[in-house]
Design a protein around this ligand. Sequence first.
Ligand code: PDD
Length: 280
Amino acid sequence: RTVYVNGDYLPEDQATVSVFDRGFLMADGVYEVVSVLDGRLLDFAGHMARLQRSLDELAMANPLSENDYLDAHRALVARNGITDGLVYLQVTRGNPGDRDFAYPPEGTRPTVVMFTQSKPGLADQPAAKTGWRIVSVEDLRWGRRDIKTVQLLFPSMAKMEAKARGVDDAWLVEEGKVTEGTSNNAYIVKGGRIITRDLSHDILHGITRAAVLRFAREAQMQVEERSFTIDEAQAADEAFVTSASAFVMPVVEIDGQPVGAGTVGPVAARLREIYLEESR
Ligand code: PDD
């Protein structure tokens, strides 16, 4: 596999980053994941806009233009023969020479890394037919989840707890309300209304979320942006999550309780169909 590091395209075993890189020492970096379907990038402009916002919030200069990122994404997809899969992009604050809590002086070059992951048949994930089972876990992440940082240890811990309990993922709960999934936004459907947490520092502003809510409104579905509890989710007609890699994924069980009939619901199925149609 060919990967990208600071302007170079290299075989993955020859690509290196400094041990002093602040991404490595301090999780001082941000990332994006763009899906590839039939060789095409999904929602690229949205991901670039969020990357810029994440960098701005951390006072990190953006080392490349949107066009540079686009060229690199396309080059990696072509060189690695990706039909379905994803492009991972990470920008860290680079190598200041020593470990120090203060940000390095201006002019320190950020480290840009990109690579692809091939996922043949991504749009036809069998799980979309059966849905995910999830458990709730207390949300112990930091308070700026709207910045897409590489600080992913707690989501990894929650994912491992879900696996240990024999299910697919976890929904994170803070002050009794669901924030989001470990790596996706969370939704319920009740009486035809789609309910998902409102945007704030508490959750990542999902690019798939924005697209799915736009398509839902265009299809005259009612959307309510507010937080909800696990009890309310268990009593809902349907539940689902969205992300760049899962698209729209139905959730059929929460903490051992079936949601609705315990099978994939019509709203989630329809939104997945619309999202895949509109994105292709
Ligand atoms: N995760 N919430 C969290 C905490 C996420 O990590 C993600 C994305 C989302 C959905 O955002 P989007 O629709 O823009 O992908 C919500 C990516 C896919 C990941 O970490 O692999």
